[in-house]
Design a protein around this ligand. Sequence first.
Ligand SMILES: Nc1nc2c(ncn2[C@@H]2O[C@H](COP(=O)(O)OP(=O)(O)OP(=O)(O)O)[C@@H](O)[C@H]2O)c(=O)[nH]1
Ligand SMILES: [Mg+2]
Length: 629
Amino acid sequence: MTAVVAGTGIRRFALIGTPNSGKTALFNALTGSRQKVANYPGVTVERKTGALTTPSGRSVNIVDLPGTYSLRARSPDEEVTRDVVLGRFKAEEAPDLLLCVADATNLRLSLRLILELKRVGRPLLLVLNMIDIAKRRGVEIDTDLLSRELGVPVVTAAAVRRGGTEDLLSRLDAIASLEGLQPSSDPNWHAPTTGDLRAGQREADRIIKLAVKHPAKPDTLTTRLDAVLLHPVFGLIFLLVLLFVMFQAVFTWAQPLMDLIEAGFDGLGGLVQAYVPDGLLQSFLKDGVISGVGSVLVFLPQILILFLFILLLEDLGYMARAAFLMDRIMGGAGLHGRAFIPLLSSFACAIPGIMATRVIDNPRDRLTTILVAPLMTCSARIPVYTLIIAAFIPNKPVLGFFGLQGLVMFGLYAAGIVSALAVSAIAKFVFWRDDPTPPFMLELPDYKLPRPRSVVMGLYMRAKMFLTRAGTTIFSMMVLIWFLASFPRPPAGATDPAIDYSLASIIGHAIEPLLAPIGFNWQIAVALIPGMAAREVAVAALGTVYSIEGGKEAAEQIGQALANKWTLATALAMLAWYVFAPQCASTLAVIKRETASWKWMWVTFFYMLALAYLAAFATYHVAVAFGAG
Ligand SMILES: Nc1nc2c(ncn2[C@@H]2O[C@H](COP(=O)(O)OP(=O)(O)OP(=O)(O)O)[C@@H](O)[C@H]2O)c(=O)[nH]1
Ligand SMILES: [Mg+2]
């Protein structure tokens, strides 16, 4: 028995394979986890572990790894895979077995990888995943012959089908009960040279010729769709229309649901006012919890609609195509084609977007992408944008079928994208003028119909995350704001509104002079500080401050309060501010971690702050000049 097994009694199996071959789908099927699975290469960027109990009751530790074509690691995510496989990963024992996952419909690069892995000297098992698709297309694989030629045992699987991992499980069971599994590796291992890789590819092609028969009529759906969707003109038009429909949908489809949630919170507020005696408790519940947290929760439908689109596009296999289409435009701005998916993920949140840059091998390209990712419009900005747009922009039709509100929203997203391109172009010019951008290579996955279960699961996870945030970060910030806006209590016989005596007012008025040139009042100043915890907190904070300020009678909703108390110029300046402001501490923390430097974190913070201030200043003064003050 090996030391590893004797020590813990638990086997460690690692999933390794080419990108998009279904490793994470298998990992989820085996361990019951819910790691992100999507139809483009580069979804997993760090190692994840989970536990499997085999049919005969043995415990196995499963490690999911980022996809890679070779152990000649080029990017940070591939380095993780290489180090785990070689047993060099700090604080982790080497795996007892490498489960090499291959896409059965596309074996060339997978077989080259497994030939390369053989040189490491660890026990191997080749899993031919997506066997369901291969069968449907009529691809015939002689697994016995394949196994003999490779000198590696082979098993088939369909990770996302019910019962699709049974054969694999019984294999794993047998392997887990083997006594003499030696997790050793060849001490003379060296990274493959280009020559090694070529030789490996020739050998892989020879084996494929022997063991795999492709149907006479290849699958043409993907080719036919790509003729249109990858077309340099029609493809781009399609992408733009798609994005526009997405933003329009976020606005219009969500409205009925938002009205419903809003009515629910209004009802709750009414109940609290009727049944909880006047005083601090009533104010805490009504102004702090209901006006504050409630004003953020109403945005759940919009966020879910946005994610519905993103999840569908990811599962369909469209994301990698969009990256391909955008490569020319992004290249012009000094961004690498590989930056597209990280930047698109940043529409959800800059944090996973910044993590996704690990697939970019060139450190300079990776850094540029990290610097501009926070400019993409994350979903936490949606509440701020929507609230202000709904309060100030009339819902007029434009050109017959576009809504003005939807257009403004689209404009804000566009402002984020254009400024990201501009900043990266400037960064390239200033820091890396002479470095050429390396060519862009990305395997385009086949189109797949999204599976309803995984889409629903993805939405559920998003909803859970949003609600958890509302219940923790946002709620605790609200308690703080409510406290600051309620204490100290006004002196006896005071005639001004109670909030004027509070700490919030003192702090807000102290900062106000700095923000007055961009048209912000003291209430906004108060809301911006806790907004650093999470952008949407600013909305909640305004809800609380205006609710306390309004006193008992103020039944008006926050949107109405803003419409009454802000000028149009202030509202527009606030929108401009939010396009750029570095309003999120967690993003800054992730930048620090991913770049391993304080310097780049501060660079991001200050350049975004400067842009935000300038943009808000310009917007405010132009708007005032046009009479919107
Ligand atoms: N039909 C079918 N689809 C599968 C199967 N396994 C995975 N998929 C789909 O293939 C796509 C890629 O799956 P992932 O599990 O994200 O692939 P991965 O190997 O983890 O990819 P990276 O993390 O990017 O390296 C997803 O759209 C899955 O739903 C399978 O056995 N059958
Ligand atoms: Mg994965």
